[in-house]
Design a protein around this ligand. Structure first.
Ligand SMILES: [Fe+2]
Ligand SMILES: [Fe+2]
Length: 160
């Protein structure tokens, strides 16, 4: 694997870990506000992001590339409402989708088909991520103030 691509994949590991911390920060905020179901949902989401970082590291090891845990920047904390939290998360996932697209472009430039193939999994995953968050944002808006506890209970059912 080229040096360039290794650097870019390590950059994505850092981005995934940043996402994990962002969702943990959101989870702490939701917990403090008393929405323990939503907080649980965000904790699971945080773990999923750590899983993405690990999946990239596993792939890199197979290709004899060196995966690194780099410095992860501070994440935002404190939001105005649970709806604001999920809107922010949706925006963030759209940003991550663009990062993955850039990685696919780079892998194409470097003529690394194996990495392109590996990244398609992430392209598909981002479609799901954006759809999940969009769905929750829409439901939260429909539920409104009076339906917020229902949404909390519903999201608290998340298993994995
Ligand atoms: Fe991710
Ligand atoms: Fe994500």
């Amino acid at each position: 694997m080229t040096e360039n691509l290794q650097k870019a994949l390590n950059g994505q590991i850092t981005a995934e870990l940043w996402s994990a911390n962002l969702y943990l920060s959101m989870s702490f905020y939701l917990e403090k506000e008393g929405f323990s179901g939503m907080a649980r949902w965000m904790r699971k989401q945080s773990a999923e992001e750590t899983g993405h970082a690990c999946a990239i590291a596993e792939y890199m090891a197979k290709r004899e590339a060196e995966a690194k845990v780099d410095k992860v920047d501070v994440v935002p904390q404190g939001w105005g409402s649970p709806t604001e939290v999920f809107e922010h998360a949706l925006e963030h996932e759209r940003h991550v989708s663009r990062l993955i697209d850039e990685l696919v472009h780079l892998a194409s430039e470097e003529k690394d088909n194996a990495t392109r193939d590996f990244l398609w999994g992430f392209v598909r995953e981002q479609v799901e991520e954006e759809a999940n968050f969009l769905n929750i944002v829409n439901l939260m808006k429909k539920a409104g103030e009076s339906g917020i506890l229902f949404m909390d209970a519903k999201l608290g059912e998340r298993q994995s």
